[in-house]
Design a protein around this ligand. Structure first.
Ligand code: NAD
Length: 364
């Protein structure tokens, strides 16, 4: 029976997948990233950061806008053959210059592109929130495991000097026994047409966006996993911005040690703050989780001392994050903010929404 051209093409494609998946990252070669989604974050924040990286470079772009992709490719030295559309994305399997796909799309598209990237034999960096449900997050982890690829979540604060120093001080007992944490994150949404305010794309309101920072801070500052959550929401549903998603949501987390975290996210005020209180003092960050300009104080008995942390592992938190993934692939170690870490947050986020909806505390 003659071999069909289609069969040959399929065989070639699967060989390309196998060879890309099997190819180890050589020590002398920076990891190649493809950015999917050339929006405010992917193109505006991440793309320029490769200039600060030691182990990573930008090698491909995926966009629905060919002109934008071509302009970005010219700016960052990406060859035209390494520009993909959402339709041709799966052909990235055959591109040996791409080791990692960085998913910078609206939240509801994270799962689809993570799973397609893993099937194409690529490692995945996925933006926060990891997904819009626990089920999606679990499917993403399973797809990356099945393809023997690494999955990391874009939790940049784990590479940011102020947050790193705050974690170190908290673990070293600078505040004594941790009793309480407060964290509020918000910004003002002004345009009702934005995808962040459309449930089908965002999966939820401020909690899915800025709330992730408050939740993450509660977990990495206490170093504990919550056992119970109690939440309530306050949204003006007559406001056209909030027809589909919540504006303000507040939640209490109870930790095994007895410590409590009081967290808040909102889309109707600007706030960026973390405060940790212990029986010997406090650690406070404000702004706490910005791209730059964060500040920190430690204090006892009402006296506060401003702290300047030592430099982080890379020139910027973004470069630290990008290079950490590259090094994880090289050494075989799990990224410090893996898919499992994103899944833990997704489970708490679902519990926060359940608690707010049903007006009761939810055990985790
Ligand atoms: P954005 O709207 O600026 O960009 C989204 C990109 O996705 C655009 O290029 C858009 O064209 C593309 N896209 C493809 N299909 C789309 C669709 N159906 N609807 C809308 N856009 C579509 O958003 P952003 O601020 O860049 O956010 C992208 C992701 O990055 C989000 O998950 C967000 O939570 C995350 N993010 C993370 C940080 C951080 O500090 N880690 C900061 C900002 C955003």
């Amino acid at each position: 029976m003659p071999i069909e051209r289609r069969d040959l093409l399929l065989a070639a494609a699967s060989l390309a997948v196998a060879s890309a998946a099997g190819r180890a990252l050589a020590a002398d070669r920076p990891a190649g990233y493809a950015i999917v989604g050339l929006g405010t974050y992917g193109l505006g924040v991440i793309a320029p950061q490769f200039a600060n990286c030691r182990h990573s470079r930008l090698t491909a772009l995926v966009s629905g806008d060919p002109a934008k992709a071509r302009a970005a490719a010219a700016r960052y030295g990406v060859p035209e053959r390494s520009i993909y559309s959402y339709e041709t994305f799966d052909q990235i399997a055959g591109n040996p210059d791409v080791d990692i796909v960085y998913v910078c799309l609206p939240n509801s598209m994270h799962a689809e592109y993570t799973i397609r990237a893993a099937k194409a034999g690529k490692h995945v960096m996925c933006e926060k929130p990891m997904a819009v449900s626990v089920a999606e997050a679990e499917a993403m982890i399973a797809a990356c495991k099945a393809a023997d690829r690494k999955l990391m979540i874009g939790y940049r604060c784990h590479f940011e000097p102020y947050n790193l120093e705050a974690m170190r001080l908290a673990r070293a007992g600078a505040a004594g026994k941790i009793r309480y944490l407060r964290s509020e994150h918000g910004f003002i949404q002004s345009d009702p047409s934005k995808w962040r305010l459309k449930r089908a794309l965002s999966g939820g309101g401020s909690l899915m966006d800025m709330g992730v920072y408050s939740l993450q801070a509660a977990r990495y500052m206490t170093g504990e996993e919550p056992i119970e959550v109690a939440a309530r929401e306050s949204t003006d549903r007559s406001d056209p911005r909030f027809a589909e998603v919540e504006d303000m949501i507040e939640w209490l987390l109870k930790f095994p040690s007895g410590a409590i975290a009081s967290c808040l996210s909102m889309y109707s005020a600007n706030q960026n703050h973390v405060l940790l209180m212990g029986d010997k003092g406090r650690i406070e960050l404000e702004p706490a989780t910005r791209y730059d300009g964060n500040r920190m104080w430690t204090g006892r008995d009402g006296r506060a001392q401003e702290i300047t942390p030592p430099p982080g592992p890379a020139p910027t938190q973004f470069a630290g994050q990008l290079d950490h993934m590259a090094q994880s692939i090289r050494t075989g170690a799990e990224p410090i903010v893996s898919g499992e870490e994103g899944l833990r947050d997704m489970k708490i986020i679902e519990a926060i929404y359940l608690s707010a909806r049903e007006g009761r505390a939810v055990r985790l």
